[in-house]
Structures are given as structure tokens and as C-alpha cells.
Design a binder for this molecule. Structure first.
Ligand SMILES: NC(=O)c1ccc[n+]([C@@H]2O[C@H](COP(=O)([O-])OP(=O)(O)OC[C@H]3O[C@@H](n4cnc5c(N)ncnc54)[C@H](OP(=O)(O)O)[C@@H]3O)[C@@H](O)[C@H]2O)c1
Length: 305
């Protein structure tokens, strides 16, 4: 289990957005997707990740249908701040308070709920001061439309700025064996093993040690794309660790993400029952310090993405 705010959630969450075609009209198998989400909840996967931009709201509608009758069992996280042009599909930011206020009403309707558990700002709008957008989101908490606020792909400095206005309950960024930027400079330098430092300093890709910042502030770090977006080209060391534990490389990848801190919640995406089972069971893979050191230190321990 992991903690999110005042809730306990399954250690491995579920990224639902792949069930709608990202950023575009989708041709999904909705019935199968709804069944998969419900099966996930049966397996103890209670941290669901969606967003209003995926399939132009379709993904939230799916999640809303899936959690009918079991809404209290799950934490639903969704996002605001990206808008897809209906004709071109082109994505732009909109962090204006007026947009945020309208968007949350639409998300609540689609999610068939009165309150969103975790409402993320999907991207900081370069045209709108973060304080304005975040202030508008904080009003939604005061109005009871949203329980907690989160940020996505921000710098430590942006997280600090937002946190001074209203607590940041979670930050979601890409973190995996393949992409280690949120851990800071040392970790980015090809598996150099610096990722367990928690100083939250501004370094690395300029975003800083966001994982460490979250730990220090009691926020969750939600790692999206923990499977490298499905690119599981892995080097021998990953296979060796997987063989040692009699698990799959995907499970090692998720277990590695979980090992980055007790506040880290990976949200692997899947549309398949077999992968759902596999990913959920990764929470039981107990990587040793030696395993982690090997994964961290081996040059080229991963290839790609
Ligand atoms: N904030 C952002 O800007 C942003 C950007 C990208 C993604 N995301 C979020 O992050 C979530 C996860 O990202 P993601 O889905 O792109 O990447 P991911 O979780 O790293 O990878 C998902 C891909 O891996 C495959 N997969 C899942 N389990 C597997 C397993 N056990 N073995 C082999 N392949 C497996 C899936 O295919 P199958 O369907 O066949 O299982 C899918 O193609 C998304 O749902 C989305 O919410 C956010």
C-alpha cells in the first residue's frame, strides 16, 4: 500500500489514458476498458489516473462508468490545463481561471462524481502566472469540487511557488528506468546511482529533484510511463535481476520505480488483462540493495527509449 493524502491506495496505480486514443478521437473498446478498470479495483488498484484532454473527455467518461457504485474505493486523479483543437487535434495550454472553472464542471459530469480526489494542473500555461491558475484551483477545493491539488511536469521552483499558495498533494512526471530526470542530475547521468538523495535542489534537467521535494513536503510523486511507454528494450542487467526474482523485466521496471521512495506511486498504462495482473504483482517484487545498485550503476542498464 501507499499513502495519498489521508487515503491508503494500492502501491501500483493504473494509467487509464491509453484506453482512449491520446489527444484524439478514439476507437476504443469501451466495454472491455470499463471491465478492465473494475478488475483492477478488484485487484486492489485504487489509484486511477485520467485526464480531460484524452479522447476529448472520453477517458474521464470511461473512468466514471467504471467506478459507478465503487466510487468510494478509489482515488481518481484527473487533469486540467491542456485543450485539444477539435479540428486539428493540436494541443494548447489554457490556465486561465475562467477555463479552469468551466473545465472542472465538465470533468465532474463525465466522472459522475461530486468531487475530484486529485486535480492536477497538466501543464503550466506560459501565458498565465502559475499563482493565478493555482489560486483558481484552490478555490475549487474551498468549494468542495476538488479534494487535493497536484502539478504535472513542473520544476521544484514552480512546486514551491504553488505550495506557498495551497498545498501540493502530488506531482506527476515521467519516471522510469529509462527517464530519470525527476531524480536530479546524478541519476540522469546514465545510472550513476544518485537518485536516492532527497535534497530537492534545482539541478539536472532544470526541474530539480522533484521526487525528493515531494518526499520532503509529504506529497506523493506519481510516476507516469514507468514502463518507458511500452518500450521495454532492456539491457542484460535488467533481465538478470528479473531472472533472479523469477519475474518479468516489466515488473522489475515497476519495482525499481516503487523503490525510489515510499511516496512514489507508479501508474503504468495497460489495455490488457494479462499486463494488469503482471503490473499489479510488481508491488510484491522486493528488490535488494544489490539489485538496485546493479540497476543504477551499470552503464547502459537500459537502452532507448
Ligand atoms: N502527463 C503527461 O503528459 C503524460 C504523458 C504520457 C503519459 N501520461 C500518463 O501516464 C500513464 C502511463 O503512460 P503510458 O501508458 O504512456 O506508458 P507506460 O505505462 O510506460 O507504458 C504503457 C505501454 O506499455 C504496455 N505495457 C503495459 N504493461 C506491460 C507489461 N507488463 N509488459 C509489456 N508491456 C506492457 C502497454 O501496452 P498494453 O496496453 O498492450 O498493455 C502500453 O503500450 C498514461 O496512462 C497517462 O495517464 C501522461
Amino acid at each position: 500500500m501507499r499513502r495519498f493524502a489521508d487515503r491508503h491506495v494500492g502501491a501500483v496505480g493504473l494509467g487509464c489514458t491509453g484506453m482512449s486514443r491520446a489527444y484524439a478521437e478514439s476507437e476504443p473498446n469501451d466495454r472491455r476498458s470499463v471491465a478492465l478498470i473494475r478488475e483492477a479495483v478488484d485487484l486492489g488498484v485504487t489509484f486511477l489516473d485520467t485526464g480531460d484532454v484524452y479522447g476529448a473527455g472520453h477517458n474521464e467518461t470511461l473512468v466514471g462508468r467504471a467506478v459507478r457504485g465503487i466510487r468510494d474505493l478509489v482515488v481518481v486523479g484527473t487533469r486540467v490545463g491542456l485543450v485539444a483543437d477539435p479540428e486539428t487535434g493540436r494541443i494548447r495550454c489554457d490556465g486561465t481561471p475562467a477555463y479552469v472553472r468551466g473545465a472542472v464542471e465538465a470533468s465532474l459530469r463525465r466522472l459522475e462524481t461530486e468531487t475530484v480526489d486529485l486535480y492536477y494542473l497538466h501543464r503550466v500555461d506560459p501565458e498565465v502566472p502559475l499563482a493565478e491558475t493555482w489560486g483558481a484551483m484552490a478555490e475549487l477545493v474551498a468549494e468542495g469540487k476538488v479534494r487535493h491539488l497536484g502539478l504535472s511536469q513542473v520544476t521544484v521552483a514552480q512546486a514551491e511557488e504553488a505550495h506557498r499558495i495551497h498545498p501540493v498533494a502530488a506531482i506527476r512526471s515521467e519516471l522510469s528506468l529509462w527517464i530519470r530526470d525527476p531524480l536530479g542530475t546524478d541519476a540522469r547521468r546514465g545510472c550513476a546511482g544518485g537518485h536516492r538523495s532527497a535534497d530537492g535542489q534545482e539541478n539536472g534537467d532544470g526541474r530539480g529533484n522533484v521526487v525528493g521535494w515531494c518526499a520532503a513536503k509529504g506529497a506523493a510523486f506519481v510516476s507516469y510511463a514507468p514502463l518507458g511507454r511500452g518500450n521495454l528494450r532492456v539491457a542484460d542487467v535488467v533481465r538478470k535481476v528479473a531472472e533472479r526474482h523469477a519475474v518479468t523485466p516489466a515488473q522489475v521496471a515497476i519495482a525499481w520505480t516503487l523503490a525510489q521512495g515510499g511516496h512514489v506511486i507508479p501508474v503504468p498504462g495497460t489495455t490488457r488483462q494479462s499486463h494488469l495482473y503482471e503490473n499489479t504483482r510488481a508491488a510484491g517484487v522486493d528488490l535488494s540493495e544489490d539489485d538496485l545498485a546493479e540497476l543504477d550503476a551499470a552503464p547502459g542498464c537500459v537502452t532507448g527509449p
